[in-house]
Design a binder for this molecule. Structure first.
Ligand code: ATP
Ligand code: MG
Length: 189
């Protein structure tokens, strides 16, 4: 293979500022939003940070391995979602569960008790109008200075992107699911 570019001769510009905390958004239609956020939670735990994880969509029945592991490492984890909307038989109940999850998340952020609060799949209840985007944005904007927040989910809205310091879009190049392959234990949950 012939190389297409030469290695860069100079490094990127130097960063000089330190932020008291950051807001991160992992969005896009590819695989890796939640796992990247959980990986960051692992880093945070390695630094002895207090970590809170709130899962908005997956139900308690959908035990994901990473949440068990993060809990055993000291993270406070809450799985309050009602599963995927297309599996729900009672959307009003799903909406109510999402509101309860947000209520808990809002208190976790505002309390200042945590160094990192992870709002997993929060974009869905926001985009479906189940929780107020304005409230989410205002709560995060007014958070205690040391509280870092990570939001995940597809189709992160403009106001969330504006609010965040770092936004990553995971783009699907290929996904096994499209070839009819089921979610795999150890890889997908
Ligand atoms: P992961 O939890 O693996 O990091 P994710 O958070 O980026 O994935 P979600 O949209 O939350 O992706 O999807 C939840 C589940 O659906 C995961 O098991 C994931 O592997 C799978 N998934 C992710 N992207 C796609 C896709 N483009 N098509 C089908 N399934 C997907
Ligand atoms: Mg996810």
């Amino acid at each position: 293979m012939t190389p297409s570019t030469a290695p860069p001769a100079s490094g990127p510009a130097r960063a000089t500022r330190r932020a008291p905390s950051l807001v991160l958004v992992n969005t896009g239609d590819g695989k890796g939003k939640t796992t990247a956020a959980m990986g960051t939670a692992l880093r945070a735990l390695a630094r002895r940070w207090a970590v809170c994880v709130v899962q908005f969509v997956k139900s308690g029945r959908w035990h994901s391995g990473e949440v068990t592991l993060l809990s055993s490492l000291g993270a406070q984890c809450h799985t309050l979602g009602d599963g995927f909307s297309w599996e729900s038989t009672d959307l009003e109940r799903s909406a109510e569960m999402a509101r309860r999850a947000w209520d808990l998340a809002r208190r976790a952020i505002g309390s200042g008790e945590f160094d990192l609060v992870l709002l997993d799949e929060v974009t869905y209840p926001i985009n479906w109008g189940w929780i107020e985007e304005r409230d989410v944005v205002a709560t995060i904007a007014a958070r205690p200075p040391h509280v870092n927040v990570i939001l995940t989910g597809r189709d992160a809205s403009g106001p969330l992107i504006d609010l965040a310091d770092t936004v990553s879009e995971v783009r699907k190049v290929k996904h096994a699911f499209d070839a009819g392959i089921r979610a795999a234990k150890g890889i997908d949950f």
